[in-house]
Design a protein around this ligand. Structure first.
Ligand code: HEM
Length: 222
C-alpha cells in the first residue's frame, strides 16, 4: 500500500539543492586553487570560488532565518536515544535487511546520527569554512599588500583551517551520497528531497498515523 508523507517543505528543498550545487562548486574550485585538480584554470577558479562563496553566505543567512521562524532548528537537538541502534543499523543491520530503527516524521525527520552530524556541520564545519574563507578573502587583499589590513603574520594558519574543513565536508558528502540510497527504497530519500513527499512502506504507515495528520496541515500551509 502506498503512503506518502510530506517531509521536506519547499524552502527546505530549495535550500538543500542550492547548498548542494554551491558546495560542489566551492569544492571543485577550492581544490583547483589548492592545486589538487585542474579544470577551470587557476584565475577562473578563484573568481568562481569567490562568487559561489558570496551566494553561499547569503543562502546561509536565509537558512538561519528560516530555521528560527519555523522552529525547524529543534530538529537538530542531539539525542542519544536510538543512536547506538542507528549506528548498528548502518554497520550491520542494513546488510541483513533489518528494519530501519527510527522512522521519519514531519516533527522528527532526522535520525539521531543525522542530528549529530548535521549539527556539527552547522556549528563547527560550515562556520570554520566561512570564517577562514572570509579571513582568506580579506587577508591584506584589499590593500594589495601595501597596508596590512588584517595583520595576521601568515596566511598559512588560515589555509590550514580552511583546507582541513574542506576535507571534512568532502568526506561528509561522499558518505551522504551513499546514505541517500539507504532509505525505504534506493530512491525514496532522493525523491523526498525533490518532491517533498516520501513513500513509506506499510510498516511505517501504521506507525506514522500522527505525523500523517500533521502532514496534511503542513501541506496546506506550504
Ligand atoms: C563562505 C564560504 C567560503 C569562503 C568565503 C571561501 C573563501 C576562500 C578564499 C578567499 C580562498 C583563497 C583563494 C585565493 O587564494 O585567492 C579559498 C580557498 C580554498 N577554498 Fe574556500 N571558501 C568558502 C567555502 C569553501 C568550501 C565549502 C570549500 C570546500 C568544500 C572550500 C575549499 C577551498 C579550498 C580547498 C581552498 C584552497 C586552500 C589552499 O590551498 O590554501 N571553500 N576559499
Amino acid at each position: 500500500m502506498e503512503n506518502k508523507v510530506y517531509i521536506y517543505r519547499s524552502f527546505e528543498r530549495f535550500w538543500h539543492w542550492m547548498q548542494a550545487v554551491l558546495i560542489f562548486m566551492l569544492a571543485a574550485t577550492g581544490f583547483e586553487i589548492h592545486g589538487s585538480i585542474s579544470f577551470f584554470g587557476y584565475k577562473n577558479a578563484v573568481t568562481y570560488h569567490n562568487i559561489s562563496a558570496y551566494i553561499f553566505m547569503v543562502l546561509i543567512v536565509f537558512a538561519i532565518f528560516w530555521h528560527f521562524v519555523t522552529g525547524e532548528w529543534k530538529q537538530y537537538i542531539p539525542t542519544s536515544e536510538h543512536l547506538a541502534a542507528q549506528l548498528n543499523f548502518y554497520l550491520f543491520g542494513i546488510f541483513k535487511n533489518a528494519p530501519h530503527p527510527t522512522k521519519k516524521a514531519v516533527l522528527s525527520k532526522l535520525n539521531p546520527l543525522q542530528r549529530l552530524v548535521y549539527l556539527s556541520l552547522k556549528i563547527l564545519v560550515i562556520p570554520t569554512m566561512v570564517i577562514s574563507g572570509l579571513l582568506y578573502m580579506f587577508y591584506r587583499y584589499p590593500q594589495k599588500g601595501t597596508i596590512a589590513g588584517l595583520n595576521i603574520d601568515s596566511v598559512e594558519v588560515i589555509a590550514l583551517f580552511h583546507t582541513a574543513a574542506a576535507f571534512v565536508l568532502t568526506a561528509f558528502i561522499i558518505v551522504h551520497l551513499y546514505l541517500i540510497t539507504t532509505g525505504t527504497t534506493p530512491t525514496s530519500n532522493l525523491k523526498a528531497m525533490i518532491t517533498g513527499f516520501e513513500e513509506l512502506d506499510h510498516h511505517h504507515t501504521t506507525e506514522n498515523k500522527s505525523s500523517k495528520e500533521i502532514t496534511a496541515a503542513e501541506v496546506n500551509n506550504d
